[in-house]
Design a protein around this ligand. Structure first.
Ligand SMILES: Cc1ncc(COP(=O)(O)O)c(C=O)c1O
Ligand SMILES: N[C@@H](CCCC[NH3+])C(=O)O
Length: 436
């Protein structure tokens, strides 16, 4: 059994518990594939990020990067925990609206926001638009001028930091599609344009160096670059940026050999560095924003599947196939992401085999996990893939016309369905038959 499952997560029948709920019961009640969240874990992560800033009494915002997992119930939970969120599309913004999330606590990211998306953000009077490029700056200037409507804006800049992570999720390096480049002076031209735009109210600068980052060094370097930038803006353009947003990217443990930092450690490192630079330059500490996504929901989610077929190639490999796969978790296929699995209905049974977990999609690359040490497996057993809470459901697809799974929240021994399982009729809902 994986070290990631503690004794408190197993009941007398040897079944895995999530938020105190028996996963075998969850599979029976809601069917599989099913993504089950331990919502106490989500709350604990959020409170961990807040703790250090709260005890230091500084101004800060935790803005949940909702691309990691965005559903109505999730925005409601985030609101219960009284933090902000960021969205990257009209779809995420709409979901937050449906959840009754306070629009003044939303910021909007994206490297190619459409006119309609910007207009929706303005209609909703959201808290802040994080401008990514000159095209967007121009569009937003035109829109706000036509409406005579002010909006808070931040500039997303690329600080030129290459964080050690998968190249597809690196974003802070110079050669990136995101943000205004600092080195070549784009960030400076952009702030000048914002300062001369009547209805754009600049509140600061944003950067995001990448995702699944394990060390604090990258964030410390980012803090230095961002503070250098706002000091330059202060000296050259007389603009005192009230906010420095250092983005998200805080790494989590997916496998036993990974040892990520706790939210408190990331908050502490960022706060200390920002304070040090502010005091060295004798300026007030700006409000610090961070945007964790994965680290808020990643470890809280578990995907439950029912085992179906087995295939053993003697001397080569044994495949165990489950009733989901790349449609509900594309990460192994896309990033070679690694996960650990347990047999949820026989968690204490002795390990007898090394198997690889195959999905049901028509792709050889549709594998969920390789070389897993598991007890004997039979069709009908429930397999749990651990730590799938971030970028699993939010990147789900209907490939092969498989319906997307249901999602439940579990806390204090109770479960609540928060996303229904897609039905076959949902798959053709948008199809238009030929008319001749
Ligand atoms: C601008 C921005 N902020 C925050 C995040 C959240 O990142 P993570 O889920 O790694 O914390 C991302 C995604 O990488 C992002 O692009
Ligand atoms: N989708 C990625 C993270 C990308 C973050 C978006 N900027 C993942 O699953 O790891």
């Amino acid at each position: 059994m994986s070290n990631q499952v503690g004794a408190s997560q197993v009941n007398d029948q040897g079944h895995l518990l999530i938020g105190g709920v028996d996963t075998v019961d969850l599979a029976k009640s809601y069917g599989t594939p099913l993504i089950a969240y331990d919502t106490a874990n989500i709350r604990q992560q959020i409170r961990g990020f807040k703790k250090i800033f709260d005890s230091a009494g500084v101004n800060y915002q935790i803005s949940y990067a909702s691309k990691a997992f965005a559903t109505v119930a999730m925005y409601q939970l985030i609101n219960q925990e009284n933090i902000n969120c960021d969205v990257v599309s009209a779809g995420e913004l709409y979901t937050a609206m449906k959840a009754g999330f306070p629009m003044n606590k939303v910021s909007f990211h994206g490297n190619n926001k459409s006119v309609d998306e910007l207009a929706l953000a303005l209609d909703q009077r959201i808290g802040c638009i994080i401008i990514d490029n000159f095209h967007e700056l121009h569009l937003l200037d035109q829109l706000t001028t036509a409406r005579k409507q002010h909006i808070n804006v931040m500039l997303r800049v690329t600080p030129g930091i290459s964080a050690h992570t998968h190249e597809y999720v690196m974003t802070g390096q110079e050669d990136s599609k995101f943000g205004f480049d600092i080195k070549s002076g784009q960030a400076d031209s952009a702030i000048k344009q914002v300062l001369s735009a009547e209805y754009l109210d600049p509140i600061g600068a944003h950067c995001h160096i990448g995702s699944q980052i394990f060390a604090t060094e990258g964030f410390i370097m980012a803090a230095q670059k961002m503070m250098d930038l706002i000091l330059k803006w202060r000296n050259e353009y007389n603009f005192d940026a009230p906010v420095v947003n250092l983005g998200g990217g805080f790494g989590i443990r997916y496998t036993d050999d990974e040892t990520p930092l706790h939210p408190e450690e990331f908050s502490q490192a960022i706060l200390e560095e920002m304070k040090k630079i502010a005091s060295k330059n004798q300026i007030n500490l700006p409000e610090i924003w961070i945007e964790p996504g994965r680290s808020i929901v990643g470890n809280a989610g578990t995907s439950l599947y029912t085992i179906g077929s087995h295939k053993e190639i003697p001397g080569v490999r044994k495949y165990v196939a489950v009733d989901g796969g790349m449609g509900d978790n594309i990460r192994p296929a896309l990033y070679q992401a690694k996960y650990e699995t347990v047999l949820a209905n026989k968690i204490n049974a002795p390990v007898t085999q090394t198997v690889s977990i195959a999905g049901k999609y028509c792709e050889s690359g549709d594998m969920l996990a390789w070389n897993q040490e598991l007890p004997d497996t039979h069709s009908g057993d429930i397999l749990a893939v651990l730590d799938t809470g971030a970028y699993g459901y939010s990147m789900a697809s209907n490939y092969n016309r498989n319906p997307r799974p249901a999602v439940v929240f579990c806390e204090n021994g109770k479960s609540q369905l928060v996303v229904k399982r897609e039905q076959l009729e949902d798959l053709t809902r948008l199809d238009v038959p030929l008319n001749n």
